[in-house]
Design a protein around this ligand. Structure first.
Ligand SMILES: Nc1ncnc2c1ncn2[C@@H]1O[C@H](COP(=O)(O)OP(=O)(O)O)[C@@H](O)[C@H]1O
Ligand SMILES: [Mg+2]
Length: 256
């Protein structure tokens, strides 16, 4: 589904990603872990097409298409969904209108008719229950005055509405208490099918107790330095990120 080869990306002239290789198949959950500043959000931005990040080398293929040639909107319509580390508030735009516009934009891209008001509300209701999102939030402006937990649940709700092929969750767990974490994780698990995939970015192992990954990758200074199964996340939790740093630095051979 997703194939990233030798990806290099820069922001403000500084190289952040230094040769990422990653293959994600349908039905898989991949976790990306790494210390702060290692480039996790930059990878998410490069995938979603954030124009602040410049891809300088390498390729990204998504469902057979060259992703780097597509606009952020086209990428979204092709089935890439990014849940933000810090969801933005959009004053004056109700959740209902926002989601209706988004769902119908996706339908238009696929040359489908827009949903009728009744069908749309039915879909909203059904997906809202998945993340236990209060019905009252639907009438309010997008994320305005939402608590941290409500914003994150709202992100998963949007994901449920759009049914992406590839979901990228960027530290969706940050700032969540254990109950909100469980609700978010249950939503993600309920949306998992054999045809879609998730990239779960997290600094801590905690989320992976609830969303069990097939693969764990450790990102460090812009490169994937280690890949393993879910046990790698536990090992990392026990040994800390210094373990990775020491291991890498010990492997650097003195120049002769
Ligand atoms: N908009 C930006 N302008 C300048 N530097 C940035 C910007 N965004 C990220 N960076 C830098 O890129 C590096 C990686 O950041 P990021 O991808 O957010 O890391 P992570 O998500 O792993 O914590 C950091 O050194 C950060 O300061
Ligand atoms: Mg980040």
């Amino acid at each position: 589904m997703l194939e990233i080869k030798n990806l290099h990306a820069s922001v403000a002239g500084k190289e952040i990603l230094r040769g990422i290789n990653l293959t994600v198949n349908a039905g898989e959950i991949h976790a990306i872990m790494g210390p702060n500043g290692s480039g996790k959000s930059t990878l998410a931005s490069a995938l979603s097409g954030n124009p602040a990040f410049e891809v300088t080398e390498g390729s990204i293929t998504f469902c057979g298409k060259n992703l780097l040639e597509l606009s952020p909107e086209q990428r979204a319509c092709e089935g890439i969904f990014l849940s933000f580390q810090y969801p933005v508030e959009i004053a004056g735009v109700s959740m209902t209108n926002f989601m209706r516009a988004a769902v119908n934009a996706h339908r238009k891209y696929k040359e489908q008719e827009p949903l009728s008001a009744a069908d749309f509300l039915k879909l909203m209701k059904q997906k809202q229950s998945l993340v236990e999102l209060d019905n009252r939030l639907a009438g309010r402006s997008v994320n305005e005055g939402f608590s941290g937990g409500e914003k994150k649940r709202n992100e998963i709700f949007q994901m449920a509405m759009l049914e992406p092929k590839l979901s990228i969750l960027d530290e969706t767990d940050s700032g969540l208490d254990i109950d909100a974490l469980r609700i978010v994780a249950n939503g993600v698990n309920a949306l998992k099918t054999k045809d879609n995939a998730s990239l779960v970015i997290t600094h801590y192992q905690r989320l992976l107790d609830y969303i069990v990954p097939d693969f764990v990758h450790i990102l460090y200074i812009g490169q994937i330095v280690k890949t393993g199964g879910k046990e790698l996340a536990l090992e990392l939790e026990q040994k800390g990120y210094d373990w990775i740093k020491n291991e890498i630095h010990n492997n650097i051979k003195p120049q002769t």
